[in-house]
Design a protein around this ligand. Structure first.
Ligand code: PAF
Length: 281
């Protein structure tokens, strides 16, 4: 696997592959890779001739009081895992390469409405940072397809919307969440949890299962959510939000049938975890 910080080297390699008519899949990451990321790479291998990954802990998507400095950086282990999984090219830029004029003077991409709610409301500026860096990475790598985990449900929807709105010729593929045996969704932030917190955190998935079962059996949506919030509090979480929305567009649920999504963000100690569950009523 070729690893480079240079945009020019990425462009040259992509050009070499393109000249031969070969296709490119891209998996952007912030590193500290776990089985969820590796699953994305393996899916990418099945869908294109070449797989490009990036590792960039994007300062623009972290708020002032968030964990940018503490975010785990494990480049050497990540490189091994990526190359074992089949990635051929790894882009590891620095903030100076991505934001040469600094973040204040950087042109940005913002996806309104979908990006303003849920995690967007709790973490102002977060999705602007995500959309901006993903747009830049797409312009550097120019892939045919890009793969993202469904754990970040709102992020995936924002990226799909951005690609559609800006007419980017890239297919966006969402891949199912990979979970621990306990049901806890894999996340780099799980590394912040103690063993006790990890087992308590498994209640997040159990709570979403209970809500979806209750709703399928005809329970009131508000009551199911209220009970869910209480279950999270009882097991040591401080909920940020727990909401039921239409999976298609994140709009509020009315009485119609259709695919719904439970979206959850909750703190276990200082660690903010997110998860979601789609189901049909
Ligand atoms: O999901 C992530 O790891 C990040 O938000 C992403 C998409 C790599 C952008 O920095």
């Amino acid at each position: 696997m070729i690893t480079t910080q240079e945009i020019q080297q990425i462009r040259e390699q992509i050009r070499t592959w393109r000249t031969k008519g070969e296709t490119i899949a891209f998996v952007p990451t912030m590193g500290n890779l776990h089985l969820g990321h590796i699953t994305l790479i393996k899916e990418a291998v099945k869908r294109a001739d070449h797989v490009v990954a990036s590792i960039f802990v994007n300062p623009m998507q972290f708020g002032a009081n968030e964990d940018l400095d503490a975010y785990p950086r494990t480049l050497e282990a990540d490189k091994l895992a990526l190359s074992d999984a089949g990635a051929e090219l790894l882009f590891t830029p620095t903030p100076e390469i991505i934001y040469p004029k600094g973040m204040e003077q950087q042109t940005y991409v913002e996806v309104p409405k979908i990006g303003d709610q849920l995690c967007g409301a709790s973490r102002p500026g977060h999705f602007r940072g995500v959309a901006t860096v993903v747009c830049k990475l797409f312009n550097i790598v120019q892939p045919d397809i890009a793969l993202f985990g469904r754990k970040d449900f709102q992020q995936l929807m924002i990226i799909k919307t951005m690609v559609e709105d800006l007419s980017l010729p890239i297919e966006i593929v969402g891949i199912d969440t990979i979970r621990e045996a306990s049901g806890l969704a894999m996340s780099s932030r799980n590394g912040y949890l103690s063993e006790t917190q990890k087992s308590q955190a498994a209640v997040l998935k159990q709570t979403m299962d209970q809500i979806s079962n209750a709703v399928k059996q005809g329970a009131s949506l508000d009551l199911a959510i209220e009970n869910g919030k209480q279950a999270l509090i009882d097991s040591g979480f401080t909920p940020d939000y727990l909401e039921l929305r239409n999976a298609k567009d994140l709009s509020f649920v009315t009485d119609e049938q259709g695919e719904l999504v439970i979206l959850a963000a909750a703190y276990m100690g200082n660690t903010r975890l997110i998860d979601n569950l789609c189901f049909t009523r």
